[in-house]
Ligand binder design. Structure first.
Ligand code: F0G
Length: 350
């Protein structure tokens, strides 16, 4: 049917809900799986983009948040809290508003994109900027959730992972099977954990005949899983994945190793090149962190690590409108013209 009820209804039998669970939904999920023509040409593979910026608040976080807020309501919580580089706070604020819950968010001061800050504020979250990085925010949020009557909705909450695993289901449902390789950006490592869980569940019950190799990519200045060392002062223009001590670190390693995959890093320069390629050639406007999946795929392909002919899905995690700074700074300043066709035509090179 053309009506999409949201991912909890769509995948109800595979999620921890009962008939009496009060589902909180903004009809998230069912995001486009767009064939990537130029990236396919460059790699010799059949590459698709899972466009998660098409979710209600513009990122994949809505998949986890519909579950986390639903369960918070079911359990009788009055308030939720999260640490965030921006997208989790935007999503938590929206779903909490929908459910009538108080939402508290902790963000690293000056390090989240303006659009995400706007979302948290407009949906009525109580927002604190913390004089520290994301890892400090998560430690603080976790402590508050232990000591005060407030539920933590970061991806350490298993219900977040349960919701986010549905992206794998949708991909298999559309393609008819799991892809050979799945690429995605890695920050706190919840999403790679969730995708792997989803692919495993579908393979275990025979819905898919195979499981993909999971290829995760961190920003070079925030790549603790690649180096094996906590990064005290993570740095990258991809603020969404500016994380030095991921909460799901060991689960990301399990996804990598069980799938025969890899976790590598990409530089900010590679991220921005992929960001522009996505916008110009695929017409998909993503935020910089999202482009890490494509940057990583192209990096591995250029190094000879990608056999042609494979089916590859790259998750692009968030909408470009959240963080327009990089779109504007890379483009020439617009020229102002009088209301004059000849002048406009000359400027346009017509
Ligand atoms: N891409 C975007 C756009 C994100 O916002 C995040 C995480 C990731 C990728 C990485 O996902 O953490 O599951 O490995 N953002 C979190 C937040 C940290 O607070 O919004 P992950």
């Amino acid at each position: 049917s053309p009506y999409w009820p949201g991912l909890i209804e769509a995948y109800r039998s595979r999620l921890p809900v009962s008939d009496s669970t009060p589902v909180v939904t903004l009809q998230e999920g069912a995001t486009p799986l767009v064939p990537a023509q130029e990236i396919s040409r460059r790699t010799g593979c059949d590459v698709y983009l899972k466009v998660e910026g098409a979710n209600p608040t513009g990122s994949f976080k809505d998949r986890g948040m519909t579950m986390a807020i639903t369960k918070a309501v079911e359990e009788g919580s009055q308030a939720v809290i999260c640490a965030s580089t921006g997208n989790t706070s935007a999503s938590a604020a929206a779903y909490a508003a929908r459910a009538g819950l108080v939402c508290a968010v902790l963000v690293p001061q000056g390090k989240i994109a303006l659009g995400k800050l706007a979302q948290a504020l407009v949906h009525g979250a109580k927002l604190l900027q913390v004089d520290g990085n994301f890892d400090d925010c998560l430690a603080l949020a976790s402590k508050l959730a232990i000591d005060y009557p407030v539920s933590l909705v970061n991806s350490v909450n298993q219900f977040r992972i349960e919701g986010q695993k549905t992206a794998s289901f949708e991909i298999v449902d559309v393609l008819g099977d799991a892809p050979d390789i799945h690429c995605l950006p890695v920050g706190n490592a919840g999403n790679i954990t969730a995708y792997w869980q989803g692919y495993r569940e579908y393979a275990d019950d025979g819905t898919a005949s195979q499981r993909p190799r999971m290829w995760g990519f961190q920003a070079a200045g925030a790549a603790p899983i690649v180096t094996g060392q906590v990064v005290e002062h993570p740095q990258t223009i991809a603020t969404a994945i500016r994380i030095g001590n991921p909460a799901s670190w060991t689960k990301a390693l399990a996804a990598r190793d069980e799938s025969g995959g890899l976790i590598d890093s990409v530089t900010d320069r590679e991220i921005l090149a992929a960001y522009r390629l996505l916008a110009r050639s695929e017409a998909v406007f993503v935020e910089p962190a999202s482009a890490a999946s494509v940057a990583g795929l192209l990096k591995v392909a250029q190094a000879g690590g990608l056999e042609p002919g494979q089916r590859v899905v790259c998750t692009v995690t968030g909408n470009g409108l959240k963080d327009p700074e990089w779109a504007i700074s890379g483009a020439p300043a617009p020229v102002t013209v009088p209301v004059d066709a000849a002048v406009a035509a000359a400027q346009l090179g017509l």
